[in-house]
Design a protein around this ligand. Structure first.
Ligand SMILES: [Zn+2]
Length: 506
């Protein structure tokens, strides 16, 4: 999630919502034809995104939906046109009447569009509609999909981002400063729960937008040859479509979403750490800072591999981006870092890169409801800033990070604005960072103090091992901590997570 320069700048930006999603004529043959591979070769190809030691994770593939995306980029128009084919399995105990997809770019903060130009289920056109201000699409199944059943959804889409808009809209869906960032450019399947059905909540401006389940992606992109593609996962192949257009194919491995970006005029440097190739993309004028970001990511990966357990993916990319109203943003296998941090002599680049790299464990691998329980990933990613400095032998800087969190939490307590960690982002107006990040990080410091160093280390490793590819809730975290310490932590949990008890600030 973000760390903010000026929290008050983060707000919903009113932009004109085009409510009509009437199908536009998508010229046949205008883009590549969707030909999704059958399940077995689809899954086998995914191994390229994983380190060899983790290719066995793909034995769990039946638990994950499969996306095949075929799209073409037009950077001049800031448009992506393509088709996504999703093999959707009903893993709930009840029949599905509808399938739901999030259309994140239609949220006013994005300042862009994602239009669905045609949709079929198992080859048949179906009734469809949108909810929540065009950010949620439903497709009606011609007949209910029984538990365990699979349907193939094929959606043609067209997305458009703004340009040079990071000061007023979400910078990760924008073309600016050498990066065309296309976060959530395609329809993303909503989550579905046994008890409550589909996740149809409105999307909050505060915090991370995307809440999605682990899936496998096979993505083929046509792009002008003078743009370099950045993505979740690993590149399988590159070929020439013609003299000016190339075709690149990527696989994600098990990931919660597929990030795509394209750079023009940025330089890149890379290093391999514990088998994972890290690439830093930066503006040529900021080469020194770009190489520093690479070094920080390298140290962070090494530190977190040791503290949490190994990062299983073959690649990680760190990208200098025009984010403007926040400092960093995590995607699976890709982190975006605000461009001005590369231009300053101050110390914000290092903790921001460490924080976003930590999200590869907390959010990307171990998932959580980022809009309902943001503290789970933000608290741990913030506390990772402390663990990072400890890991690189800089205890004074670790203390500085703790003091920053203490100041933030103390300030809201003085204003009598404390809130339980288990508060949804919708109910954290004005105190989102102080609660999810500052109080969240201090909860983990308090837990560490209570259960001791060795037990805390065991907890981190156990929590990661148990939570990988899953979605964790607060009670799951409590159980993981209690199982590490073989002790009761209900009181600590109640004081910090469920109430605003006047906890001692550690
Ligand atoms: Zn974060």
């Amino acid at each position: 999630m973000f760390t903010f320069t000026k929290p008050t700048l983060r707000r919903a930006i009113a932009v004109l919502l085009l409510l009509c999603t009437a199908p536009m004529a998508l010229a046949r043959g205008a883009g590549p034809t969707p030909t999704p591979p059958p399940a077995a070769p689809f899954v086998a190809a995914q191994a390229a995104a994983l380190l060899p030691a983790f290719s066995g994770d793909l034995a769990q593939a039946s638990a994950w939906d499969r996306y095949t995306i075929i799209a073409a980029l037009s950077p001049g128009e800031r448009r992506v046109r393509g088709t996504v084919t999703v093999a959707v399995t009903n893993r709930s105990p009840r029949p599905y009447e509808r399938i739901y997809f999030h259309l994140y770019p239609n949220h006013p903060d994005f300042g862009g569009r994602l239009d669905i130009t045609s949709a079929t289920l198992d080859g048949l056109p179906v009734a469809s509609g949108t909810e929540q201000g065009d950010t949620l699409l439903w497709l009606a199944l011609p007949r209910p999909l029984a538990p365990g059943g699979v349907t193939q959804a094929v959606l043609s889409f067209e997305a458009q981002t703004p340009r040079n808009a990071s000061s007023t809209t979400f910078g990760a869906f924008n073309q600016e400063a050498g990066l065309w960032s296309l976060a959530t450019f395609y329809p993303i399947l909503a989550r579905s729960f046994a008890a409550t059905g589909w996740d149809r909540r409105p999307i909050e401006s505060r915090g991370d937008f995307v809440v999605s389940s682990t899936a496998l992606y096979d993505v083929t992109i046509d792009a002008p040859t003078d743009w370099r593609l950045i993505s979740t996962g690993a590149k399988l192949s590159t070929s020439a479509v013609n003299a000016s257009v190339k075709r690149e194919r990527f696989v994600s491995g098990p990931q919660r979403e597929f990030y795509l970006g394209a750079t023009q005029g940025l330089d890149a440097a890379s290093v391999t750490v514990d088998g994972t190739r890290i690439v830093s993309h930066y503006q040529p004028a900021n080469a020194t800072a770009g190489k520093r970001a690479l070094r920080v990511a390298e140290q962070a990966l090494r530190t977190f591999n040791a503290r949490y357990g190994p990062y299983p993916l073959a690649e990680l990319e760190v990208v200098q981006a025009a984010l403007t109203t926040f400092l960093g943003m995590e995607y699976p296998g890709v982190v975006l870092i605000e461009q001005n941090l590369y231009k300053q002599t101050g110390g914000d680049l290092e903790p921001t890169v460490a924080h976003e790299v930590a999200h590869q464990w907390w959010y990307s691998q171990v998932g959580n409801d980022a809009q309902g329980e943001a503290w789970l990933d933000e608290g741990l990613a913030s506390y990772a800033q402390v663990l990072y400095y400890e890991g690189v032998g800089a205890p004074a800087l670790a203390t500085d990070e703790l003091n920053f969190f203490r100041d933030g939490f103390t300030a809201i307590r003085k204003r009598k604005r404390d809130a339980p960690l288990a508060t949804s982002t919708a109910n954290l107006r004005g105190i989102y960072e102080a609660v999810a990040y500052d109080k969240g990080a201090l909860f983990f410091h308090s837990l560490r103090g209570q259960i001791g160093e060795a037990t805390f280390s065991r907890f981190l490793k156990g929590y990661y091992a148990e939570g990988r590819y899953r979605e964790i809730t607060g009670p799951d975290l409590l159980r993981a901590a209690e199982s590490a310490c073989t002790c009761q932590l209900d009181q600590l949990y109640a004081d910090w997570v469920l109430t605003t008890a006047p906890v001692r600030i550690p």
